[in-house]
Design a protein around this ligand. Structure first.
Ligand code: DP6
Length: 334
């Protein structure tokens, strides 16, 4: 019986993943770039146990079955195949950030699961192998394996589609101030959303410019150019939401308070504050700024009607093991 514990941070996409070339393997239609969010974690323990008759999942202390267990089990099955292992596993995962907080927990959860499960199975996968494994659980999870600012090269196969670090966390002290405007569960999750992307007449145009935006975002990060980052991040966000709003059926994730924060950010910028917004598949707004301006942003955000709370995060590190694999005590049946 072997067990391992791993932790991983969620990430916020600067250049978005929306739409798959291969939905089963999560090979994306275009590449993406993100920043890991320090201080927010999924902590996942995986134990392969010969006495189990099926995989088991506990999420934030609650036994979980159904679609979530199937998704976890599919990833465990990949690990079993690579390791030549037959045992089922028990998985216990906890997030230190609130579930309904509008921060995608699937990225950190599947990154931590991939590292813990592969280690517990006796494998020592390198970073790109781990990133590929995490991608099969949730696309954006492949970006939570490497540290700091991470690019997911789209690739065209399982072997060529993975995340790698463009710059370490301490390269650029940006802050993500997450304005939570609703903690409600979103009606259409991203997995279903990806399948609708091609039904929008705008997706082709979005994809056509993706390589250029990736290049500009990479340059903005490497040159610590916040004005360029602002331009490309907001445009990419608006393009993704334009696709969402024009797909069939349409997906409208914004609430009135979402738009209020977007307008405020643009106004503050006109007054000289370096700040920009980006929004994932939900109503909450990620407001980015260089760290020296954090207090100006966190003082102003709560004054916008509809903003319920604010979470802040610096660039975060790579997924990591909490302990090296340990052998749990062996129990022999009497
Ligand atoms: C809007 O990675 O959550 O956050 O692969 O189905 O788990 P699955 O999708 P997921 O999609 C993320 C969508 C996004 C943009 C992004 O993070 O790039």
């Amino acid at each position: 019986m072997y067990t391992a514990i791993a932790i991983s941070s969620p990430n916020i996409a600067f250049i978005k993943y929306w739409g798959d070339r291969d939905p089963l393997l999560h090979i994306p239609a275009s590449g993406s770039i993100s920043m890991n969010l320090d201080g927010l974690y999924s902590r996942t323990q995986v134990t392969f146990d010969p006495s189990l008759a099926a995989d088991q999942l506990t999420l934030n202390g609650h036994t979980t079955t159904g679609a979530q267990l199937v998704r976890v089990s599919n990833l465990l099955e990949r690990v079993r195949q690579i390791a030549g292992l037959r045992q089922y596993a028990s998985v216990a995962s906890n997030n230190n950030f609130p579930m309904g907080a509008g921060i995608a927990s699937s990225a950190s959860a599947f990154a931590a699961l991939s590292l813990a499960a592969s280690t517990a199975a006796g494998l020592s996968l390198n970073e790109s192998e781990l990133s590929r494994l995490a991608r099969t659980g949730s696309g954006s999870a492949c970006r939570s394996i490497p540290a700091g600012f991470v690019e997911w090269q789209a690739g065209d196969s399982d072997a060529s589609s993975y995340g790698f670090s463009i710059a370490p966390p301490d390269y650029w002290d940006l802050i993500d101030c997450i304005a939570i405007v609703s903690q409600m569960h979103k009606p259409t999750g991203s997995s279903e959303g990806h399948t609708l992307a091609d039904s929008s007449p705008l997706q082709a145009a979005r994809l056509e410019g993706a390589a250029r935006r990736l290049e500009l975002c990479r340059k903005a990060i490497l040159e610590r150019d916040f004005a360029l980052l602002t331009e490309v991040v907001e445009q990419d966000c608006n393009l993704m939401h334009a696709v969402m709003m024009t797909s069939a059926p349409p997906l409208l994730y914004w609430q009135p308070a979402t738009l209020a924060v977007m307008h405020a950010v643009v106004d503050w910028r006109q007054d000289g504050l370096p700040v920009c917004y980006t929004i994932d598949a939900g109503p909450n707004v990620h407001v980015l700024c260089p760290s020296q301006h954090t207090s100006q942003v966190t003082d102003r955000l709560p004054k916008i009607p509809g903003v319920e709370r604010i979470l802040t995060a610096h660039p975060g590190g790579a997924a990591r093991l909490l302990e090296s694999p340990i052998s749990a005590p062996q129990f022999t049946d009497p």
